[in-house]
Design a protein. Structure first.
Length: 94
């Protein structure tokens, strides 16, 4: 896992979960299909996460965090996750 500077963490906290997933995925040079295959979901599921149309299933967060080089806690600190975490969004992909 890459250590992030405090100012990078603050910037990540101001992003939606989808924006954060996209930024971290592209930092690692992965396509949506690459991430989808490693997560065992479709590339459409990853696209929906990144567009904040759905969220990853909670059981998949440790794997997602590991692939993106952050902690689960960092993912959960994304803007709106704690507040909206299940309201209005469907978990997609496990």
């Amino acid at each position: 896992m890459l250590a992030r500077k405090p100012d990078e963490r603050t910037a990540m906290n101001n992003q939606s979960l989808g924006t954060m997933i996209r930024a971290l995925r592209t930092e690692r040079g992965m396509t949506q299909l690459d991430l989808a295959r490693q997560m065992g979901v479709t590339d459409k599921a990853v696209s929906n996460w990144e567009r904040d149309l759905s969220i990853p299933d909670v059981s998949s967060l440790p794997r997602l965090a590991g692939l993106l080089g952050v902690s689960v806690e960092e993912l959960l600190q994304a803007k709106g996750v704690a507040r909206e975490g299940g309201r209005g969004r469907r978990p997609q992909g496990a």
